[in-house]
Design a protein around this ligand. Structure first.
Ligand code: MSP
Length: 645
């Protein structure tokens, strides 16, 4: 039987500035939803990309004194690197400057023109450049400001093509009314319905005042309005309108299609996009989820307020799962959320380190202490506490599924943490340390251990879409085979025995809250371009000086915290020599040992060995740094021992 299909998309991002945790949220949310569907056995496809045209991008490139095409290329590379760093499981990354996209947009435009759904007219109106939108007088805010972003607008007059929104207004309204699940949350759906009921004006869909866009084939002094260009990415990436439209047939005409966006771009996705599809005679079989915004403590995140947070800074310092957990947990369904250093550090310490990490640690330690690491299911025993825990496990699986299906990821996480708390409470109720004193209670004690491990296994499976390393770490430490990490295995008592590792490794080390809140606040406040110091012309190195250094590629095979210094990590690196080298590096504030393992780095191998707080260091890793962050240099396609020139 063929698997059900699931196609999920993020908005395509503007390459106008470095992406922050707000945009990252949308991308991580889609990643979690996609992984959840993978877990359920769907055939999934995840699309993201960049929205590279428009006046705003042209202006940013001008300011940088480079051609728009070079600017967007560079931004696309940076963005892909960011998503890779965040382990985002995307299948395709579409850029609107790509030929495969441009030809489809041109074809769509001409078709709509031929059909009479697009016509040539004249436009006079107030134009907001950042929003790339025209507004009528009545739509504007005070002093002719943009109703969407609040910035000043310019009065412009131009010849323009128009899309007949009015023609489709009634059909769209009927569609929304007949499909209550089309737009979520409900408040957003109501907003859209009210907006449509006020009456839709035909939409201006071309521009003549700038060049940086897709040209209208039949009238090249016009470029296609950036939103028509952008929205079409959801089908151009699947090969719609070409001879290679297998993906379009499979996924668009498949079982589930989901567009996730922020609330700010709701209208484009809930009105313009469905109308375009209707005009093209393509079924509107997607669901739209419009989430709220992450803000800083004092409202909207902004560079000037010192409240912009960048994902790479957080990951380097605290880890990927920590960021994913916070982002997915803290934004309530239908509302906005706040990213503050205090709440971030507290969530790591309370939820991840205390409640979850400790539960796993205690369980593994007890299974080792009382049963030398091996336990089996005890079928004859059943106490009230067991029953309660088993029931909650089963209910949690159901509510988790319901919440994930309805984009309520933070609710699904709350369900999981309720189960984690209940499992912790089960330890207090069953008092294993007292049972252990009486050998006749051994089966009871083993039953308790089994319940803890089995509850954790199921928590691990449900965590798979949300926390990447932590769920794998949990399975490894509990000794859970692949077939018990699946959706099909989600039933209490499915596994017969556990053989756990000898010594647990904490999944989330506890942080010194006060110190870390201060450090993170300083990082966020200081997030700005670093000052570049001029080259010291009086102290130049010769090529001979440089050649003295022996630089090689090394692969990190193990890393741990230095036992006597909290800024240092002790790292074992394979540099292609007989034995791995030990290097002590001052990067503990920026990297976790787990993150480094497997990375290929650049090593200076002919430095004089030194002892740093009792640990021998035989080399140095190269890293780049500024006031806020430090990043080690890594490579992908080279091997240990390869040279560096
Ligand atoms: N290019 C358009 C989308 C075209 S889709 C056919 C665009 N790009 S964007 O880069 O400005 O924004 C992309 C996404 O990031 C949007 O979903 C937006 O809502 C989201 N976010 C931007 N700031 C955000 C927060 N502070 N919090 C949460 N999401 C935020 O719009």
């Amino acid at each position: 039987m063929s698997r059900k299909t699931y196609y999920i998309t993020t908005p395509i991002y503007y390459p106008s500035g470095k992406l922050h945790i707000g945009n990252t949220y949308t991308t991580v949310l889609c990643d979690a939803l996609r992984r959840y569907k993978d877990l359920k056995g769907y055939d999934t496809y995840y699309l993201t990309g960049m929205d590279e045209h428009g006046k705003k991008i042209e202006t940013v490139a001008d300011e940088r004194n480079i051609a728009p095409i070079d600017h967007v290329k560079q931004m696309a590379e940076e963005t892909r690197a960011l998503w890779d760093r965040l382990e985002i499981s995307y299948d395709d990354f579409i850029r609107t400057t790509e030929k495969r996209h441009k030809t489809v947009v041109q074809k769509i435009f001409e078709q709509l023109l031929d059909q009479g759904d697009i016509y040539l007219g004249h436009y006079e109106g107030y134009y907001c450049m950042p929003c790339e939108s025209f507004f009528t007088d009545s739509q504007l805010g005070e002093n002719h400001t943009c109703p969407d972003c609040g910035r000043e607008t310019d009065l412009l007059e131009e010849e323009s093509y128009f899309l007949k929104l009015s023609k489709y207004q009634k059909r769209l309204l009927n569609f929304i009314e007949e499909n209550p699940a089309f737009i979520t949350p409900e408040t957003r759906r109501n907003e859209v319905v009210n907006f449509i009921k006020q009456g839709l004006n035909d939409l201006s869909v071309s521009r003549t005042t700038f060049d940086w866009g897709i040209k209208v084939v039949s009238n090249p002094k016009h470029v296609v309005y950036v939103w028509i260009d952008a929205l079409s990415n959801y089908i151009s990436a699947l090969g719609y309108g070409t001879d290679h439209d297998e993906k379009f047939q499979k996924y668009w005409h498949g079982d589930e299609v989901v567009h996730v966006t922020g609330k700010d771009i709701l209208r484009f996705h809930a009105i313009y996009w469905p109308i375009l599809l209707m005009a093209l005679d393509i079924p509107i079989n997607f669901r739209l989820h419009a989430h709220g915004f992450y803000q800083g403590k004092e409202g909207k995140m902004s560079k000037s307020k010192g409240s912009l947070v960048y994902p790479d800074t957080i990951i380097n310092k605290y880890g990927l799962d920590e960021l994913r957990y916070f982002l997915l947990r803290e934004l309530p369904y239908g509302g906005d959320g706040v990213f503050s250093p205090d709440s971030f550090i507290e969530r790591i310490n309370y939820d991840l380190a205390n409640d979850f990490g400790n539960l796993l640690n205690r369980t593994i330690s007890m299974i080792n202490k009382y049963f030398e690491g091996n336990i089996t299911r005890q079928d004859e025993i059943s106490h009230q506490a067991d029953k309660e825990l088993e029931d909650l496990v089963e209910t949690t699986i159901k509510t988790y599924e319901e919440n994930m299906e309805n984009f309520k990821v933070s609710e699904a996480i709350k369900d999981l943490w309720r189960l984690i708390s209940r499992t912790n409470k089960y330890i207090d109720e069953t008092t294993p340390w007292i049972l252990a004193k009486d050998t006749s209670q051994k089966p009871q004690l083993q039953n308790v251990m089994y319940h803890l491990a089995e509850s954790l296994r199921i928590i691990g499976v449900l965590l798979k879409p949300l926390l990447l390393d932590a769920s794998q770490g949990l399975f490894k430490q509990l000794g859970v085979a692949d077939k018990y990490q699946t959706w099909a295995s989600l039933s209490f008592g499915e596994i017969l025995e556990f053989h756990v590792v000898k010594k647990p490794t904490p999944l989330f080390p506890r942080l010194d809250a006060e110190k870390e809140i201060e450090a993170l606040s300083a990082i966020i406040r200081g997030e700005d371009d670093p000052e570049i110091t001029p080259v010291d012309e009086d102290n130049l190195a010769t090529i001979e000086d440089f050649n003295k250094l022996d630089l090689r590629i090394g692969k990190v095979i193990a890393a741990k915290f230095h036992p006597n210094a909290d800024k240092l990590l002790v790292i074992k690196v394979d540099t292609g020599e007989k034995e791995p080298r030990q290097i002590v590096a001052g990067i503990a504030k920026h990297y976790t040992p787990e993150f480094l393992e497997g990375k290929k780095v650049v090593v200076v191998v002919n430095l004089k060995p030194v002892s740093l707080r009792g640990e021998q260091s035989e080399g140095m890793l190269l890293a780049g740094s500024n006031k806020q962050t430090l990043e080690i240099l890594t490579v992908n396609n080279l091997d240990p021992g390869d040279g560096v020139q």
